[in-house]
Ligand binder design. Structure first.
Ligand SMILES: [Zn+2]
Length: 409
């Protein structure tokens, strides 16, 4: 995608005079320069993301250079402010892809980022419009050009299909397998949010993405002890994964069950309790459920996906949703809810339904567990404790076991 250029050659900034004149008359000269308000680097074993957040949309050009491997990004109309300077301190030595990042003022109107790499990288660079508490963002995702195959995790391949807009097509080719009677039950645990998307944030700044990852890991460890069960996780670390890719990972590994783990939030801090949701193709069971599904489905915009990526599973796949999958989802959710009520007050006495994008695998009974309200001060405190996390994990595992005795085939 990118063209190679000499790093010393300046870019021509087309039409800059016109822009300046307009700015002077309207808002003054200084206001025409964009300001960086935050920089973040999210390393993971699959890919590393760099995010520059700014008060205006950034115009940039990027190039890939070799010997040594590096990426150069020139951003127009930008000053090297103290926030942007901190980017060099944000690179961790354990980052699998980035050796170092330097930011320098190339000329009075251009900032250059030099990203030195540890290996050959295919970058995916895009901008995101403001959403939720985020302003404009410039995102640089760094994927390995030659992935090291260490295990059977299909995540990187699925992320690549997603970027190319080929995920839905490839997914529609996956046939639901006819499993042998004694083959293990495959459970996909899905800790919500991650990376750039923190999920809900508690009064004491506890982040949903951290809590749900801890609970999912505990659940995974409990499931590992169960005979004839194989567990996977959509994410094992603090990384952003689009909703569609989470569903695709479950389908690629022929999961029998999909359990998304979240913590709820509401403006009114007195609201509390646990809830369990199943997919509804006919609308939500309550306006709160519909609102929650909408905000959870926004995760892709908050976590950040480029526009070339596939949209949610389209109707052709949704039309395939089988009645059995939906009714088994309700059965699974009810079994988990019945166990959850022994460890926490319930927010609603029965399972709720809504159109969560993450529950839309056509052939996998899927539920979303809202473990507790992170916006409630007492429940936020509880969510942080190992004892409550263990109780929730055990409730999920016991719920799965109850369901397996009752499910319809
Ligand atoms: Zn959530």
């Amino acid at each position: 995608m990118s063209k190679t250029f000499s790093p010393t050659k300046r870019f021509l900034i087309k039409g800059i005079m016109a822009t300046c004149l307009l700015s002077v008359t309207r808002v003054g000269f200084a206001a025409s320069m964009a300001q960086i308000i935050a920089v973040r680097v999210w390393p993971s074993s699959t890919y590393t993301r760099i995010t520059l957040e700014s008060n205006a949309k950034l115009n940039y050009k990027h190039a890939k250079l070799h010997n040594p491997d590096r990426i150069v990004i020139d951003i127009d109309n930008l000053n090297l402010n103290p926030t942007l300077k901190t980017i060099s301190t944000k690179v961790l030595s354990r980052d699998p892809f980035i050796k170092s990042i330097r930011a320098l003022q190339l000329d009075p109107k251009t900032v250059r980022l030099m990203i030195e790499l540890k290996q050959g990288i295919d970058p995916n660079t895009f901008t995101l419009p403001p959403i939720a508490e985020f302003k404009h963002r410039l995102v640089v995702d760094l994927y390995p050009s030659k992935p090291t195959v260490t295990d059977d995790d299909p995540l990187l391949a699925l992320l690549e299909e997603y970027q190319k807009g080929e995920l839905n097509k490839k997914q529609s080719q996956i046939k639901s397998s006819n499993k042998k009677k004694n083959s293990p039950i495959i459970v996909m645990l899905d800790p919500g949010h991650g990376g750039e998307d923190p999920g809900a944030i508690g009064y004491k700044k506890t982040r949903e993405k951290d809590i749900v990852l801890q609970i999912a890991r505990r659940t995974y460890n409990l499931l590992k002890k169960e005979p004839n069960v194989k567990a996977y996780m959509t994410r094992k670390e603090d990384v952003f994964i689009p909703l569609n890719v989470r569903v695709a990972k479950a389908r690629s590994l022929h999961a029998d069950l999909f359990i998304s783990i979240h913590a709820d939030a509401f403006a009114n801090r007195s609201v509390k309790g646990s809830s369990v949701f199943a997919l509804s193709t006919r609308g939500a069971s309550s306006s709160a459920a519909s609102y929650l599904a909408q905000t959870q489905n926004d995760a892709d915009q908050i976590g950040g996906v480029s526009r070339s990526g596939d949209k949610y599973l389209d109707n052709t796949i949704l039309d395939l949703v089988q009645k059995t999958t939906l009714s088994n989802g309700v059965l699974l959710g009810t079994a988990i809810l019945n166990r959850m009520k022994k460890v926490n007050k319930l927010h609603k006495p029965s399972i709720e339904k809504a159109g969560f994008a993450v529950l839309k695998a056509p052939d996998i009974p899927s539920v979303l567990v809202e473990t507790a309200f992170i916006s409630n001060i007492n429940e936020e405190q509880k969510l942080k404790t190992a004892s409550f996390q263990n109780q929730v994990s055990k409730a999920i595992v016991d719920g799965i076991k109850d369901y397996l005795k009752r499910r319809k085939n």
